[in-house]
Design a protein around this ligand. Structure first.
Ligand SMILES: [Zn+2]
Ligand SMILES: [Zn+2]
Length: 365
């Protein structure tokens, strides 16, 4: 069948074109996307910081309606509303143990552009086109594996369109707090970077019952918004000594920190501000940069933990329905982060995400 998509033929380029989409194979489903979020990982693919195979259709936060299912799909049927998430193989030991975010085939399934059988679904004039994250959701129609399509109890298309980032950014932020750090009620937590992931981590800390929630950013407007989502304290990293202020607020150091800014030197700050036995979790894409970590005085002596985590340690089929319930209960007001764009304005959506004008741009079909 034909579909309209934003195709990237060369680094940094997006053009709206008609492409061919193959029918779903045995474990796959055809989805008509209603909307797709723009995530910083899409920008990393677009600019080849992550060297994805071109040509490619980016987009990995699609939401839509199932239109057809492969012969082996039992979990979904035509008409189901779904939130699309990241792919995983389903057969490696990590997937079997319930940790698909640590799938042995993660890098190839996220970035190689192919499905788990090594083939592609999009093409144009006989040339194959890659699908980013096993989706390529900057396309009105996509074929995805049923493992990464999560059926959700949402009544309207308009409501569903606001929830694109549950499939990636929101589960990354909330999951870092609930699954990764396992933050305890009454504890203190700091979030570095108030983008979509960081704001979700603030909301996650509020859900966990943290009593002190500190948001750090360089944009005062975002810091004000973070307070509405549960931050008890905010710090502008441009104007204060962040470590000193965090230690003052928490009387010596914070129990947990989440690094979501993508600035690698802030990983050191996220460790430095911890109390003894504290835990720091890095969730963002930083590229190949390195930092020098004082092992003894930074890690060993204070008995702190530094962890990295993909997709918030979330199993989408379990986590996304939970996030939907938090949203319905008013505990996860992610609809307040979004702004809608037409597919033809996708370059503006990327620019607004980059400049920080919009926290979560969403392409609506
Ligand atoms: Zn796997
Ligand atoms: Zn993402």
């Amino acid at each position: 069948m034909k579909t309209i998509a934003a195709v990237t033929h060369e680094k940094g380029q997006l053009s709206i074109e008609e492409v061919e989409l193959a029918p779903p194979k045995v474990s796959e489903v055809l989805v008509r996307n209603i909307a797709c979020g723009v995530c910083h990982t899409d920008a990393a693919g677009l600019h080849q910081f992550i060297p994805v195979a071109l040509p490619i259709i980016l987009g990995h936060e699609g939401v839509g309606i199932v239109e057809a299912v492969g012969a082996g799909v039992e979990s979904l049927k035509p008409g189901d509303r779904v939130i699309l998430s990241y792919p995983s193989c389903g057969t490696c030991s990590y997937c079997i143990a319930g940790h698909p975010y640590a799938c042995d085939h993660l890098n190839e399934l996220f970035f190689s552009g192919t499905f788990k059988d090594g083939t592609k679904r999009f093409s144009q004039n006989g040339q194959e086109i890659s699908s980013f994250f096993g989706q390529g959701s900057f396309s009105q129609y996509v074929v995805v594996d049923a493992r990464n399509a999560v059926k959700v109890a949402i009544d309207s298309d308009d409501e569903l369109a606001k929830l694109c980032s549950l499939g990636c950014g929101v589960q990354t932020g909330v999951g870092a707090v609930l699954n990764g750090l396992k933050a305890q009620a009454g504890s203190s937590l700091v979030v570095f970077g108030c983008g979509g992931v960081g704001m979700s981590a603030v909301m996650g800390a509020a859900i966990a019952g943290c009593s002190t929630i500190i948001a750090v950013d360089v944009n005062d407007e975002r810091l004000m918004l973070a307070r509405e989502f549960g931050a008890t304290h905010t710090l502008n990293g441009k104007s204060v000594d962040v470590v000193k202020e965090i230690k003052k607020i928490t009387n010596g150091g914070v129990n947990y920190s989440v690094e979501s800014s993508g600035l690698s030197h802030l990983t050191l700050t996220a460790i430095e501000c911890l109390a003894r036995l504290g835990k720091a979790c890095v969730v963002s894409v930083t590229g190949p940069e390195t930092v020098a970590l004082p092992i003894e005085m930074g890690l060993m002596n204070p008995s702190v933990t530094l962890m990295g985590l993909t997709e918030g340690g979330s199993n989408p089929q379990v986590m996304i329905p939970q996030l939907v319930e938090f949203y319905k209960a008013g505990k996860l007001p992610v609809d307040r982060l979004v702004k809608f764009y037409d597919l033809k304005d996708i370059e503006t959506a990327f620019a607004d995400s980059h400049s920080g004008v919009t926290i979560k741009p969403i392409i609506k079909f």
